[in-house]
Design a protein around this ligand. Structure first.
Ligand code: HEC
Length: 136
């Protein structure tokens, strides 16, 4: 093989590796999950309104012990009601969000992936999900 070809091959391999790495970056709670919770969930799952014994305003609160099974089981989306509730048929009383339109499929997959990757949720200010006032 000529040097030129080898160089081209090596460049190709690097490029493939780079593309693969860019394909699946880990889900970022602050950038990707927090906005969904803030927009669609905390209005009913906060320190004043704790439907389903679930407060989603911080990691500590979300993982607090409930009478029901834990809502988030890190690494196991299929055992996490926080994910399963988004996949239930809309008529199911456990289907979430309880009102309004459903969460788009790509966001549901994002939540699934986030739980699968260990449900990383920073402590402190970054991890605090505030209740937003409805814009419309
Ligand atoms: C309009 C209010 C409302 C909104 C918005 C809402 N929920 Fe709920 N949620 C409820 C109520 C009411 C329950 C209790 C349902 C029951 O157990 O019958 C509940 C229960 C839950 C539970 C516990 C179910 C169980 O049995 O363990 C989870 C998990 C949950 N919600 C997740 C979410 C997520 C995630 C969102 C945002 C995508 C969301 N909820 C948005 C009202 C709401």
């Amino acid at each position: 093989m000529k040097m030129k070809h080898i160089a081209a091959l090596v460049a190709c391999l690097f490029l493939t590796a780079a593309v693969h790495a860019a394909e699946d970056p880990p889900v970022d709670f602050v950038k990707q999950i927090k906005p969904i919770l803030a927009d669609r969930c905390v209005e009913c799952h906060n320190s004043e309104t704790i439907f389903g014994e679930l407060n989603l305003q911080s990691r500590e609160l979300a993982f607090r012990k409930r009478k029901l099974a834990p809502a988030i089981v890190p690494g196991e989306p299929e055992k996490s009601m926080l994910y399963l509730a988004l996949t239930l048929p809309p008529k199911d009383k456990k289907a979430m969000p309880a009102t309004g339109h459903r969460i788009p499929k790509d966001e549901v997959s994002l939540i699934r992936q986030w739980i699968k990757e260990g449900a990383k949720w920073p402590e402190g200010k970054e991890g605090v999900v505030s209740v937003q006032r409805k814009k419309s």
